[in-house]
Each structure stands twice: as C-alpha cells, then as structure tokens.
Ligand binder design. Structure first.
Ligand code: PLP
Length: 401
C-alpha cells in the first residue's frame, strides 16, 4: 500500500522522526531490543487476530465506545457554544490510559515476555498497566516517585491489590521524571524477559508511535459520534498535555481536517523554573528519555524540576509528535494555571455532576476561557481524560473542605 505522504497521520518516518523530533537515543544494547519491539508491533498491527482481541477487550472490558456527552449546563453557562466531553473518565480504571496499556500488554505477551515494567506519575498508568497485566497473566513492576506515592496513595493500594510490585523512587525530585529514569535503568538489565510499557507518547521510537496508535481509538470514536449528533465536524478539539497521549489520541483522527486543535499545558503557579510543567511553552530543543523533543532544561541539558497540581502532567518533556505539531503550527499549545484548574474542577463537578481528574480540568479550564468568546453555533470537543476520585483528598486538603 502506498502512503499518502501528505497526511500527518502517517508520521513518524522510517527512522521514527516527526520532522526533526523523535528518533531513538538509547544505549547500544537497547538498539536491537527496540527494533524487535517495532518489528513485532508492525506485525501485530497488521494481524487481524491481534486487532480483534484488542478491540474485543476495548468493548467488553473497558466499556468502549466512551460517550461523547453534550455538556448542556456548562455550555449554557459559558455563553452557548456547544461543549462536548469525550468521557474517557468512564473507562474501566477511570482514564484513557487503559487503551494503550491493554495494547502494550497484548504485545508483550505476543513477544513471549513474562513481565511488564513502567513508570507512573499520578498512578493512573500504573493502575491501568497492573490491571491489564492481571487480566492477561503477566507480572507487573511499577516505579513511582515518593512524592507521588504520598499524593496518590489510593492508586498505590490499587496497584498492590492488582498484584503489581511498586518500587518507590527517592532520587531527584521524587516525581515522574525520576520514576522514568529508574524504570529505564531496570529495563536495561532485564530487556530479555521484560517489556517496558511506557505510559505516554514519549520515549525512544517506536514507543510514541505505538502509544499514539492505541490511543487513536478516542478520536475515531469522537469523530463518528459528533458526525452522528451534529452532522458536522467540531470547530475545536481540545486536550490537556503531559506527555501528550490523551491529546494526540483525540487529535489524530482530526489531523487532516479543518478543525482547530488545542493542547493545554500546566502553567502551575508561575513562569519560573520549578513553578510549572509547560514544556512546549517554555522549553527548548533537547534529548530526554531517549527522544529528541522540547525539554524544560538548564544550560547543561539537565531537566528542570517541574510543578503541576496534576501529577500526571508533571513532566519536563513532551511527546515528539507534539513538538512537531507545534513546529508546523498544526496544533496551538496554550496553558492553564493551578488556580484556573481548581476553578474548573469545582465548576464541572457542580454544574454537570462530573468530578474530573485534575489533569483533565486543565483542558476544561481553557474551555471556560474560550467558550465565552465564541458564538453559539460553535462546537467544542474536549477530552475528559480521567475521573477525579483520585484527587479528592488532595483538593479537600488544599481548599480546607
Ligand atoms: C496520565 C494522565 C494524563 C497525562 O498524560 P498524557 O499522556 O498527556 O495524556 C492526563 N489525564 C489523565 C487522567 C491522566 O491519568
């Protein structure tokens, strides 16, 4: 089959590049193992039996398709532009991450590995991976920063109940970035028997491509659903961006359409080093975790410490596809602060009866600024990437509820 080279959906190129971003910057001993993952993944992608098993789990285990819900109350309150929520929060395990975790564990199993290994930030990827591993009968080891372990304690318990081993990471900032470093170091010693199941569209090729493909179901469904409900494409498609998997999952199907795509980064509490995690906004080109991308880094290329009220967005890098889409101007990247995010978290809870994840509340916060500037005939789709149950204790403490 001949590729339509003009389509942004056909990225990356054969070396794993999205424009000048992406690639594979890894120790020599991992070159062959990652090539093998790529080869096996391409085979699986073209294997109807693999796809059938994956689709079947999405339907009967995850509960897909997730609804595309017209948030009438919020829309009315914000002036009338129609706001639709893609309800990834209703997936089994409560977020979009189960979509790629099931795919990755199926792939690990197909490759004959007996263990999956990963990092986690908010614990959502860890829980989703532990879930998929329990279901499909593989061992699971999750590395997590000690700050996140404390902040997201219920997810730690979930992972343990699901049979996973949780490794506490006490180095560096004790957050997501350090957990990635720690998990990666383990993988270098265990790649023969272990599959590294990365948690976003980040890392060396072929991971950003694999995770993007498994997440693209979100946008495929959303497109079908909006055409059915509104008989036209939306004007805006919006998602929060940490590594960027939920955002690209929703964007992918719309990349070649005349639809405005917006990624919302965490602006935290300010623009200084360590006060935010808005990588695309404030970062510079560099290499982190095996990929060339935009990085929040110091003069020596060391990643900066980062902050976000949402643990899942707390990352000094970003998926190379987002760096590229920013570069060519296809996606607009903007920001929401911690304060705006909390406001959005409370608003969606009260007005729609939906408690969003703090990550997703960043995208809602942007919509709360955008919608009042639009006419009533405009249509917005925003990715509600996860539910907020995991965040309620943190928010209660913050607001002294
Ligand atoms: C992990 C997570 C995110 C951030 O990850 P992306 O790869 O940027 O999508 C966003 N929302 C929720 C609910 C998450 O769990």
């Amino acid at each position: 089959m001949k590729n339509n080279i003009k389509s942004l959906k056909n990225l990356p190129d054969e070396s794993g590049y999205y424009g000048k971003f992406g690639g594979s910057f890894i120790p020599p001993q991992l070159v062959e193992p990652l090539k093998e993952i790529e080869r096996e993944y391409i085979k699986a992608k073209n294997d109807p039996d693999f796809q059938k098993e994956y689709r079947d789990l999405l339907t009967n285990y995850v509960g897909r398709p997730s609804p595309l819900y017209f948030a009438k109350n919020l829309s009315t309150k914000l002036g009338g532009a129609k706001i639709y929520l893609k309800r990834e929060d209703l997936n089994h395990t409560g977020a979009h991450k189960i979509n790629h975790c099931l795919g990755e564990v199926l792939l690990a199993k197909r490759m004959g590995k007996n263990k999956v290994l990963a990092e986690t930030g908010a614990g959502q990827h860890g829980v989703a991976l532990a879930t998929a591993a329990a279901l499909l009968g593989l061992e699971c080891e999750i590395h997590m920063g000690s700050i996140d372990i404390e902040k997201e304690h219920p997810n730690v318990i979930r992972m343990k109940l699901l049979g996973a081993k949780v490794v506490e990471v006490t180095s560096g900032g004790k957050c997501l970035k350090d957990a990635v470093d720690s998990a990666f170091a383990t993988f270098i010693n265990e790649y023969k028997t272990t599959f590294f199941a990365i948690g976003s569209v980040v890392g060396p090729h072929p991971y950003p491509m694999i995770v993007r493909d498994f997440q693209s179901i979100v946008g495929k469904e959303a497109k079908e659903q909006i055409l059915k409900q509104e008989d036209r494409l939306p004007d805006y498609v919006i998602g929060c961006v940490g590594g960027g998997s939920n955002a690209i999952g929703l964007f992918h199907e719309f990349l070649d359409d005349e639809v405005k795509l917006v990624g919302v980064e965490p602006a935290g509490i300010g623009s200084g080093v360590g006060e935010h995690a808005a990588t695309i906004t404030y970062g510079t080109e560099g290499v982190i975790h095996g990929m060339k991308t935009i990085v929040l880094q110091d003069k020596n290329g060391e990643p900066n410490s980062v902050h976000s009220i949402a643990s899942g967005l707390d990352y000094p890098g970003v998926g190379p596809i987002h760096a590229y889409l920013k570069d060519i101007g296809r996606v607009e990247y903007t920001r929401a602060s911690d304060d705006e995010t909390i406001k959005a978290f409370l608003e969606l809870s009260k007005v729609e009866g939906i408690i969003p994840a703090l990550e997703s509340a960043h995208a809602i916060a942007y919509v709360m600024n955008l919608a009042p500037t639009l006419s009533k005939d405009k249509i917005i789709i925003v990715n509600l990437s996860g539910r907020g149950d995991k965040d309620i204790d943190y928010v209660a403490k913050l607001l002294k509820i």
